[in-house]
Ligand binder design. Structure first.
Ligand code: CP
Length: 304
């Protein structure tokens, strides 16, 4: 079993991972040696703070070991991904990969004889969204019937939120004036529409009116953020997206919790005062990456 996105998971299986993450958080000692002698390879083509740290610490706290692998220092750069993966998966028990292209991750998954976790590609970010759904359940005591509003650019996180929410009975409204074409997955959107739980609008004020959670993310994907060739597009996006910033004015009549998957770009997708406000659960949400990483690896290695 791989975790590339949520397509092969039933709602019940996804709910099981979230509940396990909550249990692992409450009883860390119980799982202290569950992955004794197990190794996780973590291979990164892009930068990361949370994904790297949470999976590495998760493996240590579960009694196992994680290897951080910078793609640029390996022969993945010059050889066939399939062959390199055949080799890698004979040495470790699980692989977490953050790649630029989902197509390359699919090649890895075909070649691998151990489970693969998608550490965020251009289409999906499932490990993030498991942490997100976890904090939502912790805050509301349930997921079914809860409403999340995602405001920002339609991207990989947005796709995984739509997929995860609609599998678990969460109503999700997206307010996304820009669509990252690289993230487009019509099948995912069509499946979500069929549930009646997903809608999209540009009326941001109306959308946040009855929201339980308001969520935002970067307007520019990490691999382009400091790229000089992307500067004009970044400037264009900043202008177009500014009316959709999450700020005190937008939330003045809202009681919603505020979420962000981080890294945060203060003053762009979210204002400074909202990040620090009482309704912000951003840092707690990011802390949950650790417990959800544990629950994901335990699941993929057949521990529950
Ligand atoms: N949210 C998230 O995946 O953080 P990193 O990019 O720092 O891993």
């Amino acid at each position: 079993m791989h975790l590339i996105n949520f397509k092969n998971l039933t709602g019940q299986q996804l709910a099981g991972i979230i509940d396990k993450a909550i249990e692992v958080k409450q009883n860390p000692e119980k799982y202290r040696m569950d992955l004794d002698d197990k190794s996780l390879a973590m291979i990164f083509q892009k930068t990361s703070t949370r994904t790297r740290i949470s999976f590495e610490v998760a493996m240590t706290q579960l009694g196992g070991h994680a290897l951080y692998i910078d793609w640029r220092t390996t022969n993945f750069t010059m050889a066939d991904i399939y062959d390199e993966m055949k080799y890698l998966s004979r040495n470790v028990d699980c692989v977490m990969a953050r790649l630029k292209k989902n197509a390359d991750l699919q090649i890895m998954a075909k070649a691998s004889r151990v489970p693969i976790v998608n550490g965020c590609d251009e289409k999906y970010h499932p490990s993030q969204v498991i942490a997100d759904l976890m904090i939502m359940k912790e805050k509301k005591g349930k997921l079914k019937g809860v409403k999340l509003v995602y405001i920002g650019v339609h991207n990989n996180v947005c796709n995984s939120l739509i997929e995860g929410c609609t599998k678990l009975g969460v109503k999700i409204t997206t307010v996304t004036p820009i669509f990252n074409e690289l993230s487009r997955d019509e099948e995912l959107l069509e499946d979500a529409r069929k549930t009646g739980l997903y809608e999209t609008t540009l009326n941001v004020r109306q959308a946040v009116g009855d929201a339980d959670f308001v969520y935002t993310d970067t307007w520019v994907d990490m691999e382009f953020f400091t790229d000089p060739k992307y500067a004009t597009e970044k400037e264009k996006r900043d202008k177009l997206m500014m009316p959709y910033q999450i700020n005190k004015e937008l939330l003045k009549e809202s009681d919603a919790y505020v979420m962000h998957d981080m890294p945060i770009h203060r003053g762009y997708e979210i204002s400074r005062d909202v990040i620090e406000s009482l309704k912000s659960i951003i840092y707690e949400q990011s802390e949950n990456r650790l417990y959800s990483a544990k629950a994901i690896i335990l699941k993929l290695l057949g521990k529950y």
